[in-house]
Ligand binder design. Structure first.
Ligand code: B12
Ligand code: SF4
Ligand code: SF4
Length: 373
């Protein structure tokens, strides 16, 4: 959105507009790509969150359940809060949409979600949000605030949507005309009566590309997502076995999934991140399954130092790779080397001691399941 357009209710309050204009500049100077402000009223959203939880759509993400009440009201998270400063930050190191699709369709390649190829975004955003908050304090004096991103019990997309950072797509993510959806969200909860911004219009129209492309039909209706079916959940959050019904659909996606974003027409406008933090590490946008499979546990820790991927641990990492390698074998476009590598791995002490990984390797080595005609 144009950075000069305010949409505020500041009216003719020159003090408010001056501060607001300074805030926009300060956000940019700290590496954010847009800033908007809203109040703490989440309207109908908490009710929908409760229904979503009651349907069990959060799967094993028990923290979603535990913090449901706090998530529904930012004032419970940080007493005294009356405004939420919402920011977004582009994360794509580079986004060649054609190349991304080509890799998804090449069974031997390992596909890692674009957002996870650089430094852990939690650290990047937190530090920069804190710096922004300190600068505000230096300008206006002491005030009550707390910074958040992602893991905090806040309805971030809902708040950002209300603040006007973009509209909610049918895939449930936030997107805007200037940057598509390849950005993270962050917030500063504050106790100062800043002028609030207005939401922007939705531009999804009759499009349903994200719903149609989803490999596991996780977007069960516009704006509704069943996390238990989402490859992002299955490969990252899910601690147990990947349900057999979703393994073939996972293809070669071994960490997260971007399909519903890659297909979105608005991501033709996705912006490249200017921050070195999000530069691709260790060729993660370009690796084969066998290269990653060859990593030892120590190598996994070393190479993913400071990356969000390290959080899933070596066992889930190998579980995901085993499924992707199985899919490569089933596609019959893979070499005998892949089969031999898996057979060899099955004999190892490490695999024998990790029944979760063993079961996924056995699945991978089994003949391809019949596809009903
Ligand atoms: C849990 C979670 C997940 C879960 C569930 C995702 C989901 N859509 O709910 C999983 C693990 C699947 C996931 C995946 C991803 N995530 Co995530 N995730 C979160 C988290 C922590 C909470 C989201 C949440 O509250 N979900 C619960 C549901 C109920 O909330 P909701 O979608 O807001 O629900 C609203 C609508 O869907 C609708 N709705 C719900 N039910 C119903 C029913 C009816 C009838 C109707 C009409 C409407 C409706 O109304 C609800 C309230 O307004 C947020 C960070 C945060 N603290 O907010 C990041 C966040 C949403 N994730 C993020 C990202 C980047 C991703 C991935 C792209 C990562 C990847 N590449 O793999 C994928 C995208 C998958 C997708 N299409 O959503 C970013 C999104 C940034 C953006 N541009 O919007 C966030 C904001 C993190 C951040 N700080 O940047 N994520
Ligand atoms: S793919 Fe279409 S429906 Fe989905 S978010 Fe993008 S514009 Fe909206
Ligand atoms: S991230 Fe992948 S699996 Fe999840 S909703 Fe989007 S397309 Fe479907």
């Amino acid at each position: 959105m144009p950075k000069t357009e305010f949409h505020t209710k500041a009216g003719d309050d020159p003090e408010g507009l001056l501060l607001r204009s300074w805030l926009d500049q300060a956000a940019l100077a700290n590496g954010f790509d847009g800033l908007r402000i809203t109040d703490t009223d989440l309207g109908q959203a908490p009710e929908k969150l409760r229904t979503w939880l009651a349907q069990g759509r959060h799967g094993q993400m028990h923290y979603m359940e535990r913090h449901a009440a706090i998530r529904s009201d930012p004032q419970l998270l940080q007493p005294g809060t009356i405004r939420v400063i919402c920011v977004y930050m582009n994360y794509a190191p580079k986004l060649d949409l054609e190349r991304e699709w080509q890799r998804i369709e090449s069974p031997g390649e390992a596909v890692i979600s674009v957002y996870a190829r650089g430094r852990d975004y939690h650290k990047v955003l937190r530090q920069r949000l804190q710096a922004l908050a300190s600068q505000i304090e230096a300008r206006i004096g002491p005030f009550g605030y707390r910074v958040f991103t992602d893991s905090a019990p806040l309805m971030e997309v809902e708040l950002a949507q209300k603040a006007g950072l973009g509209w909610r797509g049918k895939h449930t993510l936030l997107l805007n005309r200037e940057a598509g959806s390849t950005f993270f969200l962050g917030e500063i909860l504050v106790d100062i009566p800043l002028p609030v911004d207005a939401p922007v219009e939705s531009h999804c129209g009759s499009c349903s590309a994200c719903i149609d492309v989803c490999p596991t039909a996780a977007i069960t209706a516009p704006y509704e997502l069943d996390a238990r079916r989402c490859i992002s959940y299955l490969t990252i959050e899910n601690p147990g076995p990947i349900p057999v019904e979703f393994r073939a659909a996972m293809g070669n996606r071994i960490y997260g999934c971007d399909d519903c974003q890659l297909i979105c027409p608005w991501n033709k406008f996705a912006q490249t991140s200017a921050l070195p933090d999000f530069a691709e590490r260790h060729g993660l946008g370009d690796s084969t399954l066998l290269e990653l499979w060859s990593w030892s546990a120590d190598e996994f820790d070393r190479r993913h130092e400071g990356s969000a991927i390290r959080r899933i641990g070596y066992v889930r990492w190998r579980r995901n790779l085993a499924v992707a390698i199985g899919n490569a074998l089933h596609s019959k476009r893979s070499s005998q080397t892949i089969k031999n590598t898996l057979r060899h791995a099955l004999q190892s002490d490490w695999v024998q001691a990790n029944p979760l990984v063993r079961e996924h390797i056995e699945w991978a080595l089994a003949p391809a399941p019949e596809i009903p005609s």
